[in-house]
Design a protein around this ligand. Structure first.
Ligand SMILES: Nc1ncnc2c1ncn2[C@@H]1O[C@H](COP(=O)(O)OP(=O)(O)O)[C@@H](O)[C@H]1O
Ligand SMILES: [Mg+2]
Length: 273
């Protein structure tokens, strides 16, 4: 049970006990804050994300999960009147340094969104798109990448006979796996997923969850989800956010069964959210 003393002793210097991966940290978020204009959306967040593991971001709607996720590959750069303080390091390098190339940063950190967003082109062209943008024209290279990525996204068997068909003809679940194939075709190090199953039915959701388990190890995955069962099923570590602040970060089973903070406890037991 949670004692009052533990809650009172909780400070911003809390040491987090996470599941350690074999290869150390990949993303290091350090005292990171963000403002949309005058409105502060993130408050002094500090966590280290383990390489090769799955990290879930959970918390009630509007708490800043997407904002934090979009900060990691600088998708927020496109927003007017945005300001930040603190650092985010990818493999030790601060992504906000002047000489960081945002395009290559986004290549290293692929993103999958809430609503599947295939391009209105063929299945194969969707997957080959990131390579074409890079100027790769070699047909064999493109074909190999399409096959490898579709296999990696557990979609190959369903589409191998219709690679030239328009991707918009696929089911929602297939479209989302296609978006994952597109995201992994550029061989990113990190996969960012923002509620990737929220527009999918339960069966399609299970397939994506199985896929996340398969992709783990090869990629470091950071997944935002409002579905706590999903976070419990797929992630190694979980960060609970509330009002722009990471309240608690730790091994997923600890966060769900024996959290330090009363707020985490209230959220994971469904008392609010
Ligand atoms: N582009 C934006 N401009 C201004 N405020 C925003 C923008 N995006 C999000 N916000 C605000 O920032 C807060 C966090 O939002 P968000 O990161 O989308 O939360 P979550 O993903 O946890 O639901 C909310 O108050 C939201 O209204
Ligand atoms: Mg969101």
């Amino acid at each position: 049970m949670i004692t009052t003393a533990e809650v009172i002793s909780e400070t911003s210097e809390t040491v987090y006990h996470v599941q350690k991966g074999p290869d150390g940290t990949i993303v290091d978020i350090n005292d990171f804050s963000l403002w949309y204009g005058e409105k502060q959306a993130l408050f002094n967040n500090t966590i280290e994300v383990e390489k090769g593991l799955v990290t879930a971001l959970i918390g009630p709607s509007g708490c800043g999960k997407s904002t934090l996720l979009r900060s990691l590959n600088r998708m927020n750069d496109l927003i007017d009147r945005l300001s930040i303080t603190g650092q985010i390091r990818l493999d030790g390098v601060n992504i906000f340094e002047k000489d960081v190339d945002v395009i290559s940063l986004r290549k290293r950190m692929g993103m999958v969104f809430q609503k599947p967003n295939p391009f209105p082109m063929s299945i194969a062209d969707n997957v080959a798109y990131p390579l074409r943008v890079d100027g790769i024209r070699d047909r064999n290279v493109l074909a190999e990448t399409v096959e490898r990525s579709l296999k990696g996204a557990a979609l190959w068997d369903e589409v191998k006979d219709r690679l030239k068909e328009n991707a918009l003809g696929l089911s929602g679940g297939q479209q989302q796996r296609l978006c994952i194939a597109r995201a992994i075709s550029a061989k990113p190090e990190v996969l960012l997923m923002d509620e990737p199953c929220s527009a999918l039915d339960p069966l399609a959701t299970i397939k994506i969850e199985d896929l996340i388990n398969e992709l783990k190890g090869r990629f470091s995955i950071i997944i935002v989800t409002h579905n706590m069962q999903q976070a419990a099923r797929v992630s190694d570590n979980t960060a609970f956010m509330y009002l722009g602040e990471i309240i608690e970060y730790g091994q997923t089973d600890t966060i769900f069964t024996n959290p330090m903070s009363i707020k985490t406890q209230d959220y994971v037991t469904g008392r609010f959210g």
